[in-house]
Ligand binder design. Structure first.
Ligand code: PRP
Length: 179
């Protein structure tokens, strides 16, 4: 991948910033309505979820802990191997905690499936999952996030944390990238 920024004119807005923010407020309300107003440990998956996590935790009422997991995914080859490696572990035990795994996008589902089992192995009180974007058309394993911001078609999206060659994460909206 080139080390140069890609031209912005290859992107078109798919989900504007205001729609993202409005949906996050709805998601936060829904999550609190379902899970109650007790302590919630939000676990962001790096790097893609860092912006969604920051906005979601600010929209959530009540006590919230913030944790992050660094993950090195199987991407890179032409076929996915399904192997996910933890590169940065949680900073505290989550035993007995109500946890919310925060993902930017669920594509094949391999990462979410792996991380849900990984977290369950730490004996939390519960694990729920939220993703901002869901691409059900690309699933390789049957996983369904508990909360979904937007269901999107199988197009390459960037922005709001999602990258192309590490660029575009800073866009405040979700855009489709056309090469
Ligand atoms: C993306 C995204 C998810 C994963 C989803 O991460 O943040 O973690 O891919 O894909 P899947 O459903 O096919 O497993 P990516 O590997 O692009 O790394 P990044 O978050 O650091 O950008």
């Amino acid at each position: 991948m080139s080390d140069q920024p890609h031209p912005q004119d290859r992107t078109r807005v798919l989900i504007p910033a205001e729609r993202i923010q409005a949906r996050i407020v709805e998601l936060a309300r829904e999550i609190r309505a379902d899970l109650g107003d007790g302590p919630l440990t939000c676990i962001g998956v790096l790097k893609g979820s860092f912006i969604f996590m920051a906005d979601l935790v600010r929209a959530l009422d009540g006590p919230v802990r913030c944790e992050f997991l660094g993950v090195s995914s199987y991407h890179g080859g032409t076929r996915s191997t399904g192997v996910v490696r933890i590169t940065e572990d949680l900073s505290h035990p989550i035993e007995g905690h109500h946890c919310l795994l925060v993902e930017d996008i669920v594509d094949t589902g391999l990462t979410l499936d792996y991380l849900r089992h990984f977290l369950e192995g730490r004996k939390p009180a519960s694990v729920h999952t939220v993703c901002l974007l869901d691409k059900p058309g690309r699933r390789e394993v049957e996983v369904a996030p508990d909360y979904v911001g937007f269901t999107i078609p199988d197009e390459f999206v960037v922005g709001y944390g999602l990258d192309l060659g590490e660029f575009y994460r800073n866009l405040p909206y979700i855009a489709v990238y056309s090469p």
